[in-house]
Design a protein around this ligand. Structure first.
Ligand SMILES: Cc1cc2nc3c(=O)[nH]c(=O)nc-3n(C[C@H](O)[C@H](O)[C@H](O)COP(=O)(O)OP(=O)(O)OC[C@H]3O[C@@H](n4cnc5c(N)ncnc54)[C@H](O)[C@@H]3O)c2cc1C
Length: 261
Protein backbone atom coordinates (compact mmCIF):
# COMPACT_ATOMS: atom_id res chain seq x y z
CA UNK A 1 0.00 0.00 0.00
CA UNK A 2 1.54 3.31 -1.08
CA UNK A 3 0.72 6.07 1.41
CA UNK A 4 1.36 9.81 1.35
CA UNK A 5 0.85 12.20 4.25
CA UNK A 6 0.60 16.00 3.85
CA UNK A 7 2.27 17.74 6.79
CA UNK A 8 2.14 21.48 7.39
CA UNK A 9 4.59 23.41 9.54
CA UNK A 10 2.83 26.05 11.62
CA UNK A 11 3.79 28.56 14.27
CA UNK A 12 4.00 27.14 17.78
CA UNK A 13 0.55 27.64 19.25
CA UNK A 14 2.08 28.55 22.61
CA UNK A 15 3.32 31.80 21.01
CA UNK A 16 0.77 34.61 20.61
CA UNK A 17 0.76 35.64 16.92
CA UNK A 18 1.89 39.19 16.11
CA UNK A 19 0.98 41.27 13.08
CA UNK A 20 3.48 43.44 11.27
CA UNK A 21 1.60 46.76 11.07
CA UNK A 22 3.47 47.77 7.89
CA UNK A 23 2.60 44.65 5.85
CA UNK A 24 -0.46 43.32 7.69
CA UNK A 25 1.22 39.89 7.72
CA UNK A 26 1.73 37.57 10.65
CA UNK A 27 5.34 37.82 11.83
CA UNK A 28 6.93 34.41 11.27
CA UNK A 29 10.65 35.24 11.43
CA UNK A 30 12.29 33.94 14.58
CA UNK A 31 9.06 32.34 15.81
CA UNK A 32 9.15 28.75 17.08
CA UNK A 33 7.36 26.25 14.87
CA UNK A 34 5.61 22.90 15.26
CA UNK A 35 3.89 20.31 13.10
CA UNK A 36 0.18 21.04 12.79
CA UNK A 37 -1.06 18.46 15.36
CA UNK A 38 -3.73 16.76 13.23
CA UNK A 39 -1.01 15.98 10.68
CA UNK A 40 0.72 13.84 13.31
CA UNK A 41 -2.53 11.85 13.65
CA UNK A 42 -2.58 11.54 9.85
CA UNK A 43 1.02 10.27 9.86
CA UNK A 44 0.33 7.78 12.66
CA UNK A 45 -2.64 6.42 10.68
CA UNK A 46 -0.44 6.10 7.58
CA UNK A 47 2.32 4.28 9.48
CA UNK A 48 -0.19 1.83 10.98
CA UNK A 49 -1.71 1.11 7.55
CA UNK A 50 1.77 0.40 6.15
CA UNK A 51 2.61 -1.87 9.10
CA UNK A 52 -0.63 -3.84 8.65
CA UNK A 53 -0.76 -4.00 4.85
CA UNK A 54 2.85 -3.47 3.73
CA UNK A 55 4.08 -0.60 1.59
CA UNK A 56 5.72 2.67 2.55
CA UNK A 57 4.83 6.12 3.77
CA UNK A 58 6.02 9.38 2.17
CA UNK A 59 5.56 12.83 3.65
CA UNK A 60 4.99 16.05 1.71
CA UNK A 61 5.04 19.71 2.74
CA UNK A 62 4.62 22.97 0.89
CA UNK A 63 6.49 25.87 2.44
CA UNK A 64 9.95 27.39 2.73
CA UNK A 65 13.20 25.53 3.55
CA UNK A 66 12.23 25.67 7.25
CA UNK A 67 9.47 23.14 6.52
CA UNK A 68 12.19 20.51 6.29
CA UNK A 69 12.02 20.47 10.10
CA UNK A 70 8.48 19.10 9.86
CA UNK A 71 9.46 16.59 7.18
CA UNK A 72 12.36 15.34 9.32
CA UNK A 73 9.92 14.79 12.19
CA UNK A 74 7.85 12.70 9.76
CA UNK A 75 10.93 10.71 8.76
CA UNK A 76 11.99 10.22 12.38
CA UNK A 77 8.53 8.82 13.22
CA UNK A 78 8.74 6.24 10.44
CA UNK A 79 8.16 7.75 6.98
CA UNK A 80 10.55 6.44 4.32
CA UNK A 81 10.59 9.42 1.94
CA UNK A 82 10.04 13.17 2.19
CA UNK A 83 9.39 15.89 -0.39
CA UNK A 84 9.30 19.66 -0.04
CA UNK A 85 7.48 21.88 -2.54
CA UNK A 86 8.99 25.34 -2.41
CA UNK A 87 8.90 28.21 -4.87
CA UNK A 88 8.75 32.00 -4.40
CA UNK A 89 5.74 31.99 -6.76
CA UNK A 90 3.73 30.10 -4.10
CA UNK A 91 3.82 32.96 -1.59
CA UNK A 92 0.27 34.23 -0.90
CA UNK A 93 -1.34 30.99 -2.07
CA UNK A 94 -4.90 30.56 -0.81
CA UNK A 95 -6.38 27.13 0.15
CA UNK A 96 -7.44 26.38 -3.46
CA UNK A 97 -3.95 27.16 -4.79
CA UNK A 98 -2.37 25.16 -1.93
CA UNK A 99 -4.55 22.14 -2.79
CA UNK A 100 -3.78 22.55 -6.50
CA UNK A 101 -0.04 22.68 -5.84
CA UNK A 102 -0.04 19.70 -3.46
CA UNK A 103 -2.14 17.68 -5.95
CA UNK A 104 0.33 18.51 -8.73
CA UNK A 105 3.22 17.48 -6.46
CA UNK A 106 1.50 14.20 -5.53
CA UNK A 107 0.89 13.34 -9.20
CA UNK A 108 4.51 14.04 -10.08
CA UNK A 109 5.95 12.04 -7.15
CA UNK A 110 4.08 8.80 -7.84
CA UNK A 111 0.83 6.90 -7.36
CA UNK A 112 -0.68 6.49 -3.92
CA UNK A 113 -3.47 4.27 -2.59
CA UNK A 114 -4.13 6.41 0.48
CA UNK A 115 -3.43 10.13 0.99
CA UNK A 116 -3.80 11.49 4.50
CA UNK A 117 -4.20 15.07 5.72
CA UNK A 118 -5.10 16.65 9.03
CA UNK A 119 -8.72 17.75 9.33
CA UNK A 120 -7.42 21.34 9.43
CA UNK A 121 -4.21 23.26 9.95
CA UNK A 122 -4.15 25.01 13.32
CA UNK A 123 -2.83 28.32 11.99
CA UNK A 124 -5.21 29.20 9.16
CA UNK A 125 -7.99 26.71 10.03
CA UNK A 126 -9.38 26.61 6.49
CA UNK A 127 -10.10 22.86 6.62
CA UNK A 128 -10.24 22.97 2.80
CA UNK A 129 -6.93 21.64 1.56
CA UNK A 130 -7.58 17.90 2.02
CA UNK A 131 -10.91 18.08 0.20
CA UNK A 132 -9.32 20.29 -2.46
CA UNK A 133 -6.52 17.78 -3.14
CA UNK A 134 -9.05 14.93 -3.54
CA UNK A 135 -11.10 17.09 -5.92
CA UNK A 136 -8.04 18.06 -7.98
CA UNK A 137 -6.92 14.42 -8.22
CA UNK A 138 -10.47 13.20 -8.94
CA UNK A 139 -10.35 10.60 -6.14
CA UNK A 140 -12.72 9.67 -3.32
CA UNK A 141 -12.41 11.29 0.11
CA UNK A 142 -13.56 10.63 3.64
CA UNK A 143 -13.34 13.67 5.91
CA UNK A 144 -13.15 13.97 9.73
CA UNK A 145 -12.07 10.33 10.17
CA UNK A 146 -11.87 9.08 13.76
CA UNK A 147 -11.45 5.36 13.08
CA UNK A 148 -10.10 3.30 10.19
CA UNK A 149 -12.10 0.07 10.22
CA UNK A 150 -10.78 -1.92 7.28
CA UNK A 151 -8.51 -1.58 4.26
CA UNK A 152 -8.55 -4.03 1.35
CA UNK A 153 -6.74 -4.08 -1.99
CA UNK A 154 -9.37 -1.79 -3.51
CA UNK A 155 -11.31 -0.08 -0.71
CA UNK A 156 -11.05 1.53 2.70
CA UNK A 157 -13.77 1.75 5.35
CA UNK A 158 -13.62 4.48 7.99
CA UNK A 159 -15.80 6.02 10.66
CA UNK A 160 -16.23 9.78 10.40
CA UNK A 161 -17.60 12.42 12.72
CA UNK A 162 -20.70 14.11 11.29
CA UNK A 163 -22.84 16.89 12.84
CA UNK A 164 -25.68 14.39 13.18
CA UNK A 165 -23.59 11.65 14.78
CA UNK A 166 -21.09 9.26 13.23
CA UNK A 167 -21.03 7.61 9.82
CA UNK A 168 -19.24 4.51 8.55
CA UNK A 169 -18.15 5.13 4.97
CA UNK A 170 -16.57 2.77 2.45
CA UNK A 171 -14.60 4.40 -0.36
CA UNK A 172 -12.79 3.04 -3.38
CA UNK A 173 -9.01 3.41 -3.50
CA UNK A 174 -7.29 5.71 -4.11
CA UNK A 175 -8.82 7.67 -1.26
CA UNK A 176 -7.94 10.82 0.68
CA UNK A 177 -8.71 10.92 4.41
CA UNK A 178 -8.74 13.99 6.64
CA UNK A 179 -7.94 12.99 10.19
CA UNK A 180 -9.33 13.86 13.63
CA UNK A 181 -7.25 13.97 16.80
CA UNK A 182 -9.31 11.12 18.30
CA UNK A 183 -8.16 8.80 15.49
CA UNK A 184 -5.02 7.70 17.38
CA UNK A 185 -2.09 8.64 19.61
CA UNK A 186 0.93 9.62 17.47
CA UNK A 187 4.06 7.62 18.28
CA UNK A 188 7.34 9.08 19.51
CA UNK A 189 10.35 9.19 17.21
CA UNK A 190 13.20 6.83 18.05
CA UNK A 191 16.73 8.14 18.52
CA UNK A 192 18.01 5.89 15.71
CA UNK A 193 15.43 7.14 13.23
CA UNK A 194 15.96 10.77 14.32
CA UNK A 195 19.69 10.48 13.56
CA UNK A 196 18.89 8.94 10.17
CA UNK A 197 16.25 11.59 9.42
CA UNK A 198 18.71 14.40 10.15
CA UNK A 199 21.13 12.98 7.57
CA UNK A 200 18.60 12.33 4.80
CA UNK A 201 18.53 14.54 1.69
CA UNK A 202 15.07 16.00 1.12
CA UNK A 203 14.33 16.83 -2.52
CA UNK A 204 12.99 20.34 -3.10
CA UNK A 205 10.50 20.62 -5.96
CA UNK A 206 9.60 23.94 -7.54
CA UNK A 207 6.51 24.73 -9.65
CA UNK A 208 8.27 23.75 -12.88
CA UNK A 209 9.30 20.37 -11.45
CA UNK A 210 5.72 19.43 -10.52
CA UNK A 211 4.08 21.03 -13.57
CA UNK A 212 2.17 23.63 -11.51
CA UNK A 213 1.03 26.68 -13.47
CA UNK A 214 2.35 29.78 -11.69
CA UNK A 215 -0.57 31.75 -13.19
CA UNK A 216 -2.86 29.82 -10.78
CA UNK A 217 -0.96 30.08 -7.48
CA UNK A 218 0.47 32.63 -5.07
CA UNK A 219 -0.68 36.17 -5.85
CA UNK A 220 -2.83 34.74 -8.68
CA UNK A 221 -4.93 32.65 -6.24
CA UNK A 222 -8.70 32.91 -6.65
CA UNK A 223 -9.13 34.50 -3.19
CA UNK A 224 -7.20 37.24 -1.42
CA UNK A 225 -7.05 38.39 2.18
CA UNK A 226 -8.44 41.94 2.17
CA UNK A 227 -7.51 42.80 5.72
CA UNK A 228 -5.81 41.07 8.64
CA UNK A 229 -6.12 42.57 12.12
CA UNK A 230 -6.16 41.72 15.79
CA UNK A 231 -9.61 42.14 17.32
CA UNK A 232 -9.77 44.84 20.04
CA UNK A 233 -9.23 43.28 23.48
CA UNK A 234 -12.52 42.55 25.27
CA UNK A 235 -13.33 44.84 28.16
CA UNK A 236 -13.30 43.14 31.53
CA UNK A 237 -16.75 42.26 32.93
CA UNK A 238 -18.44 43.83 35.92
CA UNK A 239 -18.64 41.78 39.10
CA UNK A 240 -22.00 42.01 40.88
CA UNK A 241 -21.90 41.52 44.66
CA UNK A 242 -24.66 40.90 47.17
CA UNK A 243 -27.12 38.13 47.92
CA UNK A 244 -28.69 36.08 45.13
CA UNK A 245 -31.93 38.11 44.99
CA UNK A 246 -30.12 41.48 44.83
CA UNK A 247 -27.70 40.20 42.16
CA UNK A 248 -30.59 38.77 40.13
CA UNK A 249 -32.50 42.10 40.13
CA UNK A 250 -29.37 44.10 39.34
CA UNK A 251 -28.45 41.72 36.53
CA UNK A 252 -31.91 42.15 34.94
CA UNK A 253 -31.62 45.97 35.13
CA UNK A 254 -28.19 45.86 33.49
CA UNK A 255 -29.28 43.44 30.77
CA UNK A 256 -32.29 45.68 29.95
CA UNK A 257 -29.98 48.76 29.89
CA UNK A 258 -27.69 46.92 27.44
CA UNK A 259 -30.75 45.91 25.35
CA UNK A 260 -29.81 42.22 25.76
CA UNK A 261 -33.33 41.41 27.01
C1 LIG B 1 -5.38 34.80 0.05
C2 LIG B 1 -4.51 34.03 0.97
C3 LIG B 1 -3.15 34.31 0.99
C4 LIG B 1 -2.30 33.59 1.83
N1 LIG B 1 -0.96 33.86 1.85
C5 LIG B 1 -0.12 33.13 2.62
C6 LIG B 1 1.30 33.35 2.63
O1 LIG B 1 1.80 34.23 1.97
N2 LIG B 1 2.07 32.57 3.43
C7 LIG B 1 1.52 31.59 4.19
O2 LIG B 1 2.27 30.89 4.92
N3 LIG B 1 0.22 31.34 4.19
C8 LIG B 1 -0.62 32.10 3.42
N4 LIG B 1 -1.97 31.87 3.43
C9 LIG B 1 -2.42 30.78 4.17
C10 LIG B 1 -2.07 29.49 3.45
O3 LIG B 1 -2.15 29.57 2.10
C11 LIG B 1 -2.96 28.44 4.02
O4 LIG B 1 -2.13 27.78 4.90
C12 LIG B 1 -3.51 27.52 2.97
O5 LIG B 1 -4.46 28.25 2.28
C13 LIG B 1 -4.11 26.28 3.56
O6 LIG B 1 -5.10 26.60 4.48
P1 LIG B 1 -4.95 26.02 5.92
O7 LIG B 1 -3.56 26.18 6.39
O8 LIG B 1 -6.01 26.57 6.76
O9 LIG B 1 -5.14 24.47 5.63
P2 LIG B 1 -6.28 23.45 5.97
O10 LIG B 1 -7.18 23.34 4.82
O11 LIG B 1 -6.88 23.76 7.31
O12 LIG B 1 -5.33 22.18 6.07
C14 LIG B 1 -5.83 20.86 6.11
C15 LIG B 1 -4.69 19.90 5.90
O13 LIG B 1 -4.13 20.09 4.60
C16 LIG B 1 -2.73 19.84 4.64
N5 LIG B 1 -2.00 21.07 4.33
C17 LIG B 1 -2.44 22.35 4.32
N6 LIG B 1 -1.46 23.20 3.96
C18 LIG B 1 -0.36 22.43 3.74
C19 LIG B 1 0.98 22.70 3.37
N7 LIG B 1 1.41 23.95 3.14
N8 LIG B 1 1.84 21.66 3.24
C20 LIG B 1 1.44 20.38 3.46
N9 LIG B 1 0.19 20.06 3.83
C21 LIG B 1 -0.69 21.07 3.97
C22 LIG B 1 -2.41 19.37 6.06
O14 LIG B 1 -2.51 17.97 6.12
C23 LIG B 1 -3.52 20.04 6.86
O15 LIG B 1 -3.77 19.37 8.08
C24 LIG B 1 -2.83 32.58 2.63
C25 LIG B 1 -4.21 32.31 2.62
C26 LIG B 1 -5.05 33.04 1.79
C27 LIG B 1 -6.53 32.76 1.79
Amino acid sequence: MNILVCMKQVQDNAVAPKLDPATGRVVTQGVETMVSPFDLNALEAGLKLAEEHGGEVSVLAMGDEESKITLRIGLSMGAEKAYLVSDPALEDSDPWATAYTLAKAISSIGTFDVILCGKQAIDDDAGQVGAGIAEQLGISQISYVNEIREATADSLTAKRVAPTGEEVVQAALPVLLTCEKSLNEPRYATLKRTRMANRMEIPVLDCAAIGADTAKVGKNSPSTVQKRYMPAPRQSGELLRGDAEEIGKLAVVKLVEQKVI
